[in-house]
Every structure is written in structure tokens, then in C-alpha cells.
Design a binder for this molecule. Structure first.
Ligand SMILES: NC(=O)c1ccc[n+]([C@@H]2O[C@H](COP(=O)([O-])OP(=O)(O)OC[C@H]3O[C@@H](n4cnc5c(N)ncnc54)[C@H](OP(=O)(O)O)[C@@H]3O)[C@@H](O)[C@H]2O)c1
Length: 271
């Protein structure tokens, strides 16, 4: 049977997921959405969706999954407007950072099965990395639909403890920004060595893409790939020694832990 998916909030993330679902063969008739912004709804109509509205009446009618894609600050208000329509037949799929299942449960209703998702922004181009955690009442069929949704915009992994979503936030949720920062730094250093900003950025970007793809396709552990390009006494060795002398591993670990700590605090604020 073709799953029906409703979207509460039709902003950036919802639009990316909807585009991904259409690209992997979902029909517009399987999708519906509600958003206060006419402009957001117009974008969905342009993708072929007809069941889009500023109102939330009947949004969840017949839906197997309700994707809550609003900002965390408005989640309670948004979910309360649809909670009378929710039951165990419609799983709630939340992509909001920080809001724990216990809070979502009190906003949506005690009988509602809940999947929490931590996506990342490359989902906008179908290259996302998402982690999912399901509450006990989520059925195998609902898990499958949740997975179809994140697979449509990239890679999916399940975690078995909700707390691990803080680690996911620290690795992949916020991860794109770490790589953007590294790309900016390398590219800037290239200009200091005389390359034009355009050439330096293009070389850096292609190197980042190539290195990630090589690591992904390789059977060799990433440490061995690094050693393979680090000849004793060579140029790469000098660069890596300079990074190590400044405590590169410690700096990165500190950043990732700081992110996880903040995710935990946000969770407590919303909890
Ligand atoms: N891990 C990540 O990298 C990541 C990335 C992006 C997003 N997220 C999560 O994804 C969620 C959505 O983010 P986004 O970037 O897509 O935000 P967004 O573009 O602002 O989209 C949210 C949409 O929800 C609408 N909205 C507000 N109140 C509503 C209500 N009561 N009912 C229905 N719709 C309502 C907003 O309309 P108005 O603009 O008119 O208020 C807006 O169109 C957030 O919770 C965020 O934490 C995570």
C-alpha cells in the first residue's frame, strides 16, 4: 500500500524532503502539507501537490506519518492544533532539534507513536545524513515509512537510545558547518600562497569532495589512506605535523563535545 505523508510546516527541510520523495517515485497525491505561508504552499503546488493549505483541519486524515517540520519554538503550538486528529495510526516524525520524545508525547497525545530524526542540511541536495530513533509504540511498518523518507534525501541510520541523538547532532547534524569552516580556512591559506580566491576555493572544494568519496569507496581504513599519502620527509607530513603540534585532534574533539553538550542543554530547556 502507498503510504500517505502529511507535513506540518513546509519550509526548507520539508520542501527538501518532499522533493526527495517525489524524485524516488512518491506521487504528489501521497503528500499533503499545512503552513501559514502562502508562498511556501505555492512552492509545493508547483511540485504538483494539491492537498496543501494554511489550515490544519483534516491534515492528518488518512496519514501514516505526520512530519513535524516547524522550528522548535513553535512545535507545541503547531502540534496542539493537530493533536485531536492524531492516534496510533499516524506516527509523528519530528525533525526539530532538541525536543525529546517525552515532550513531543505530551504535545501530540499519549497514544501517538513517535520517531525523532536528526537530519542535516545536505538533505537539500539529496546528500543528507540522518539518524532516527523510534519510541516503543512505533510499528515495523511505520519505521519503514520513516526510513523511506530519510533515504529519499540521503543516508539513514537508526540509533537505539534517544540520548545518542545528541552525539548525532555533534557529528552529522552540525557537521556540515565544521567542513565549511575547514574549507574556508584551507582556501584562505591558498590565497596567502598566491592563488586567486576562485582557484583556491575550487581546488579546496574538489579536494574535499574527492577525499570524502575516496574514503567512502575504499576498503582501506581512513587512517591507512592518510598514511598512504604521507611519505616520510615529504610535504604532507609537514602539514600534518604542524596540525598535530597545535593539538588538531584535541581541538576537533573539544568542538564536537561542545556541540553535544549544547544539544543536551537545549533538550533540557525544551523538556
Ligand atoms: N539538523 C539540521 O541540520 C536541521 C536542518 C534544518 C532544520 N532542522 C530542523 O527542522 C525544522 C524545520 O527547519 P526549517 O529550516 O525547515 O525551518 P523553516 O524553513 O522556518 O520552516 C518552518 C515552516 O513552518 C511554518 N510554520 C510556523 N508555524 C507553523 C504552524 N503552527 N503550523 C504549520 N507550519 C508552521 C513556518 O512558517 P513561517 O515562516 O510563516 O513562520 C515555515 O514555513 C526545525 O525544527 C529545525 O530544528 C534541522
Amino acid at each position: 500500500m502507498s503510504p500517505q505523508i502529511a507535513f506540518l510546516g513546509a519550509g526548507n527541510m520539508a520542501s527538501a524532503i518532499i522533493s526527495g520523495l517525489l524524485a524516488v517515485g512518491f506521487s504528489p497525491q501521497q503528500l499533503s502539507a499545512s503552513d501559514p505561508s502562502e508562498e511556501a504552499l505555492e512552492r509545493l503546488r508547483a511540485l504538483g501537490l494539491s492537498r496543501v493549505s494554511t489550515a490544519t483541519d483534516n491534515l492528518c486524515h488518512g496519514a501514516d506519518l505526520l512530519v513535524a517540520a516547524v522550528k522548535p519554538q513553535v512545535m507545541a503550538e503547531a502540534l496542539m492544533s493537530v493533536s485531536p486528529q492524531l492516534s496510533s495510526a499516524t506516527a509523528l516524525f519530528s525533525i526539530a532539534a532538541g525536543i525529546p520524545i517525552s515532550s513531543l508525547q505530551s504535545m501530540a497525545g499519549a497514544s501517538v507513536p513517535i520517531v525523532r530524526c536528526m537530519p542535516n542540511t545536505p538533505a537539500m541536495i539529496g546528500q543528507g545524513a540522518s539518524a532516527l530513533f523510534a519510541s516503543e509504540s512505533v510499528t515495523a511498518a511505520q519505521r519503514k515509512i520513516a526510513e523511506q523518507l530519510t533515504n529519499a534525501v540521503g543516508f539513514t541510520v537508526w540509533v537505539e537510545q534517544e540520548e545518542l541523538l545528541d552525539a548525532v547532532t555533534a557529528v552529522s547534524g552540525s557537521g556540515p558547518a565544521y567542513f565549511f569552516a575547514l574549507i574556508e580556512s584551507i582556501s584562505k591559506a591558498g590565497t596567502e600562497l598566491g592563488l586567486s580566491p576562485e582557484v583556491s576555493m575550487s581546488l579546496t572544494l574538489h579536494t574535499a569532495l574527492g577525499a570524502a568519496e575516496l574514503a567512502r569507496q575504499s576498503d582501506v581504513p581512513i587512517g591507512a589512506l592518510r598514511e598512504n599519502v604521507t611519505s616520510p620527509g615529504g610535504t604532507t607530513e609537514q602539514a600534518l605535523l604542524a596540525l598535530q603540534a597545535e593539538g588538531f585532534d584535541e581541538i576537533v574533539a573539544k568542538a564536537v563535545h561542545a556541540c553535544a553538550d549544547r544539544a543536551r542543554t537545549l533538550g533540557e530547556e525544551f523538556g
